[in-house]
Design a protein around this ligand. Structure first.
Ligand code: ZN
Length: 241
């Protein structure tokens, strides 16, 4: 009587899922790290822009402050000139210049006061951007450590299962072994699937009864006509008409 490859394929399928799960745990961590690295680049850009905005605004405020001081100096100078005015017309002219400079300074000092408030807001924005960046960097470091731990654990698990896995693979022979090896090269841990309710459980294609019968009897190795996974029938599986 020919060897029943179905339980062997079922065990291999379970092991494939174990390997795939372990790899997914590692890859999931790596994907999360890559996502956070991209986010950190974004946050760095936001922080740099916020800092530059503070700097540019402070320069514009300093310029206004310098203008205010220059105006004040010229007001003092003109006030002295008032005493030296040669006539009424010159006196009036200087008075008008003083009034214009004082009006300009009133506007400037309002702008400077408002600007100082706004500068505070800009500084708070920059501080917030910095804190966001720092907390995301801290989180990334934690995830890196955790992923490293997961990776070491998963690699140890893979090494642990691998011996049994190779032994189980060696139990296949003939056509089943050839087809298994061929499919495994291409589909890796997605190369096996069971028959459930007369269907391929991998892609739900309905399988003819005679095909299912030959899977059960192991007369030949059968891969799904649709998804090409190697098919097996689980123990205790009944095919009803
Ligand atoms: Zn299929």
């Amino acid at each position: 009587m020919a060897t029943d490859f179905n339980p062997i394929l079922a065990t291999l399928h379970r092991m494939h899922r174990q390997f795939a799960d372990l790899m997914e745990q590692v890859n999931g961590g790596l994907r999360r790290i890559r996502g956070m690295e991209a986010r950190i680049e974004e946050l760095k850009g936001i922080h740099e822009t916020a800092v530059r905005t503070v700097l540019d605004f402070r320069i514009s405020l300093d310029q206004k402050q310098a203008q205010l001081e220059a105006n004040e100096a010229s007001i003092i100078k003109r006030k002295k000139q008032l005493d030296e005015a040669k006539n009424e017309r010159e006196f009036k002219g200087i008075k008008e210049q003083i009034a214009a400079a004082e009006a300009a300074n009133a506007v400037l000092s309002d702008e400077i006061l408002e600007g100082l408030d706004y500068l505070d807001t800009l500084k708070q924005n920059a501080e917030l951007a910095k804190r966001n960046l720092e907390s995301t960097e801290t989180l990334l470091n934690e995830i890196r450590e955790k992923t490293q731990e997961t990776r070491e654990w998963a690699e140890a698990e893979i090494r642990r299962i691998k011996g049994d896995f190779r032994k189980k693979e060696a139990e296949l022979d003939g056509e089943h072994r050839m087809l298994y090896e061929k499919l495994f090269k291409i589909k890796k841990f997605d190369s096996l699937t069971s028959v459930e309710n007369k269907c391929c459980s991998g892609c739900h294609t309905i399988l003819p009864l005679d095909v299912i019968a030959s899977i059960i009897s192991c007369q030949k190795a059968v891969s799904c006509p649709m998804c090409s996974r190697l098919l097996y029938v689980k123990e205790g599986h009944h095919v009803k008409d």
